[in-house]
Design a protein around this ligand. Sequence first.
Ligand SMILES: C[S@@+](CC[C@H](N)C(=O)[O-])C[C@H]1O[C@@H](n2cnc3c(N)ncnc32)[C@H](O)[C@@H]1O
Length: 254
Amino acid sequence: MTHYLADVADAWQESWDRQQEAFLPDREHRIAAMLDAVAAVAPEGRPALLDLAGGTGTIALRALDRFPHARVTVVDQDPVLLTLAEAALGDRARIVAADLSRPSWTDALPHRDYDAVLTATALHWLTPDRLAVLYGELHGVLRAGGLFANADHMPDEGLPGLTKRLLEAADARREARYATGAALSWRDWWARVAADPRLAALYAERSKIYPTAHGSAEWTPPAGWHLAALRTAGFTETGLLWRGAADATVAAVA
Ligand SMILES: C[S@@+](CC[C@H](N)C(=O)[O-])C[C@H]1O[C@@H](n2cnc3c(N)ncnc32)[C@H](O)[C@@H]1O
């Protein structure tokens, strides 16, 4: 069945990606690094993948480009982003609506033997206590030897002054892009969603879930916190897969 957003799905997907890349210019590099790690744990090229807090499903789409026979699940709770994910992915992925702040979210998964759980720019929306528990739940949905990778804001505590200057420079570049119209800000992107008659009702639903702009704890500990929490959660190998300015990707093997 053709999705009711089929004619605009690619355009919304592209505009989401441009908006996210304004925050994270190296976003594609971090996704590619994650997919290299997936290839290492699932060399037969048919991984079962969970795109956690996947939004519009960018990671799922990149994964399917690289592994066309992957079994993919996208989990999120945003009705707008999940609808865009569904429109872009069609029957190539299972789309699951669930709230990661509740332990019951795993009940909604189609299976619990994932080769990899990948997530980006999302888990800083959870509180520290909840994230530590979630890491244990993720260990429980991965097969032995499966991969977890989380790309997020994880400043290096050894470089506070340099990180501050790097972030100031990045802010200035981003503001210039917004000012010239080279990219949409988060706020402006959501204003366009609200103004689209086909998305307005979903946007109203979303506003109940996220009454503030991000609806988030915005808690961004250094990578070391994540690595310690992942070890406590039972992962056998933990380490850094990628690092850039104040962001990093931590990886862990179940
Ligand atoms: C900045 S977006 C990133 C989306 C996607 N990972 C990407 O890189 O394009 C953060 C995502 O986390 C999701 N998220 C935040 N808290 C969540 C929760 N408690 N349950 C499910 N999803 C959540 C949001 O709905 C949003 O889609």
